[in-house]
Design a protein around this ligand. Structure first.
Ligand SMILES: [Zn+2]
Length: 231
């Protein structure tokens, strides 16, 4: 009977993601150098001594503080290791692979968009429909917490540099201010890139053909694109 496991990739792998046009590169971790059992045992022992020392020091400092000043120390705040932020519909969350309508007003992702952007997008949609194109929304308004979660999540999966090229900080994100919208599928993106400026709508990042903002007066040319969300 074979007990072999799946082969570990040794070269970077570029994979498509659920966002049209977006690909991520997975760089396999280097195999760690083996440490001898004796060295590991010694490290463990040293670590235990260090932790015990730190705990003892902390206790004596707290004891001294409390004893000398008669301070009543406040109770330690409870720690909930399971409370991790999960974006909800109220944060503007739209599930990966889902496209909602520009008319889904019950979704904060749509209703909290800048009204001027939403009106321009709806006007563009009516024209696109004449060409048999449907504009689907993959992301609209996002809460600051959701944006931070996106950034942290992307950094964890593709590393800082790549993540920041695609995901802005909550302070900088045009999604958080309601001034940006992500559109799919690919034919809708091409349509908007070609005709969006008639409605004032422009692709604003060279590396994001799905991301649109109100960036020109209707009928005028779009301004030059920024390279990416970090540029
Ligand atoms: Zn976007």
């Amino acid at each position: 009977m074979s007990t072999s496991s799946a082969p570990v990739p040794t070269r970077p792998l570029t994979l498509p993601t659920t966002e049209p046009g977006r690909r991520v590169t997975f760089v396999p971790p280097r195999p760690r150098a083996r440490t001898s059992r004796r060295v590991r045992r010694r490290r463990l022992a040293l670590g235990a001594v260090a932790v015990a020392g730190a705990v003892a020091l902390g206790a004596s400092v707290i004891g001294a503080l409390a004893g000398s000043s008669g301070l009543q120390l406040p109770p330690m705040p409870p720690v909930f290791p399971g409370t991790v932020f999960t974006p909800s519909v109220d944060d503007g969350f739209i599930e990966d692979g889902v496209q909602v309508s520009l008319w889904d007003d019950d979704l904060p992702a749509i209703s909290r968009l800048n009204p001027e952007l939403l009106a321009a997008m709806r006007a563009a949609e009516a024209r696109a429909a004449d060409d048999g194109i449907r504009l689907g929304v993959t992301s609209g308004w996002r809460s600051a917490a959701y944006q931070q979660w996106l950034l942290d999540d992307r950094i964890a999966s593709v590393g800082e540099e790549t993540a920041r090229a695609y995901v802005a900080t909550p302070e900088q994100s045009r999604h958080v201010s309601g001034d940006a919208i992500d559109i799919g599928p690919v034919d809708a993106q091409y349509w908007l890139i070609s005709y969006g400026s008639e409605f004032g709508i422009c692709q604003t990042y060279g590396n994001e053909p799905w991301h649109f903002e109100l960036a020109t007066t209707p009928g005028s040319e779009c301004p030059p694109m920024r390279t990416d969300a970090n540029g």
